[in-house]
Design a protein around this ligand. Structure first.
Ligand code: GTQ
Length: 354
């Protein structure tokens, strides 16, 4: 085996000055020597500045509510506390490819309509009575509901209820940014639901019926845009009755696009898993860094080397290729999302047990 590092190249010391001179002259032509950077560019395993991170809901909730006193949803456009990865501060990223934040909407507020290329998903953390609308079609938001906003669809949020409502937002912002494919638009003045908003109601797809011969309304994204928690929970229980839990994941399900059988969104995968009381998982790592929102129960998660206790509404990040393990003190239900859909579509996704 030859060592590719520059130090091992024969004659290095002899021509060091000549190389430095070459780099300097070709730099003017925007040329750079690969051999100086190849080890970091093509590492043996995923190399990411993303760090394991944990947000205890009890500690952050006062900050969310305080922001509710200081800025309106109308002024903020979206009143969100961004979950910034400690290894990626200032970049509004929770992983290299994903954005996450906790959005608050107070009773009586609306967050104005817009649309963007970035796809969004929501997992409702706290409160009842809010809605989100996609192309003018409203769905109620209940704790535990998984709701998606497909790329380039008009959407707004409102809270005609009586409680503050908080949900986790997941967007593929950094991924779309890496591709420089971002567009954003606000509706022309006076438009009620945004132009071009007509489509069959999502409910028909949710009942496993699709209009004959109609094209999928959102392209590669699921036409169902609300997956209510009680129905997701029912599916998890049915799975738990039917088979043994996976040694690493317990009973884990993915949110489907019923038209394709694939992930609900083309860039992001979303999952719901149940870990039975007393479960100790076999550690596992995968190439998709994931954001978790604890829906039910208490337990512990081992992120890299450190154990962290969790309870309902806590959030944490498992970076790409970082081993994670779980111990469930109660029956636990965890929601998570990642860029797994994109990685699978590109043939990149890998997992390693143990
Ligand atoms: O709800 O449209 O957390 O556009 C960040 C950007 C939420 C949204 C975010 C957004 C939204």
């Amino acid at each position: 085996m030859t060592d590719p590092t520059p130090a091992a190249v024969p004659g290095r010391s002899a021509n060091q000055a000549a190389r430095a001179d070459l780099y300097r002259r070709m730099d003017v032509q925007h040329l750079a020597p690969l051999w100086e950077v190849i080890a970091n560019l093509i590492p043996a395993e995923p190399l990411s500045p993303c760090e394991p991170a944990f947000w205890q809901y009890r500690a952050l909730r006062p900050f969310i509510l305080e922001s509710g006193d200081l800025i309106t949803a109308q002024e903020a456009i979206r009143r969100v506390l961004v979950l910034e990865n400690p290894g990626l501060r200032g970049q509004s990223r929770v992983t290299q490819s994903l954005y996450a934040g906790l959005q608050l909407i107070m009773p009586g507020e609306t967050a104005p309509m817009h649309r963007h290329s970035q796809a969004a998903l929501r997992f409702v953390v706290e409160g009842r009575g809010a809605f989100t609308a996609v192309n003018g079609e409203r769905v109620a938001m209940q704790p535990g509901d998984f709701i998606i906003t497909p790329s380039w669809t008009w959407h707004d949020h409102g809270n005609p209820g009586e409680e503050p409502v908080v949900w986790l937002d997941g967007l593929d912002v950094p991924l779309v940014q890496a591709l420089a494919a971002q567009f954003h638009e606000i509706p022309p003045p006076g438009a009620a639901t945004g132009p071009g908003a007509r489509r069959p109601p999502a409910a028909s797809y949710g009942n496993n019926l699709a209009p004959l011969d109609a094209p999928p309304p959102f392209g590669p994204t699921s036409p169902v845009f609300c997956y209510p928690y009680d129905r997701s929970r029912e599916s998890l229980e049915a799975m738990a009755r039917g088979c043994e839990p996976d040694a690493s994941h317990g009973w884990k399900m993915k949110y489907l696009n019923p038209l394709t059988g694939g992930h609900a969104m083309p860039t992001m995968g979303a999952f719901l898993q149940k870990l039975p009381k007393g479960f100790k998982s076999l550690p596992c790592r995968s190439t998709d860094g994931a954001v978790y929102s604890v829906a039910e129960g208490r337990g512990r998660v081992k992120l890299g080397d450190a154990w962290q206790a969790f309870e309902a509404r806590d959030h944490f990040v498992v970076p790409s290729w970082t081993s994670a393990a779980f111990e469930a003190e109660d029956d636990c239900v965890l929601f998570s999302f990642s860029d797994r859909a994109a990685q699978e579509a590109l043939g990149l996704w890998r997992e390693r047990r143990g």
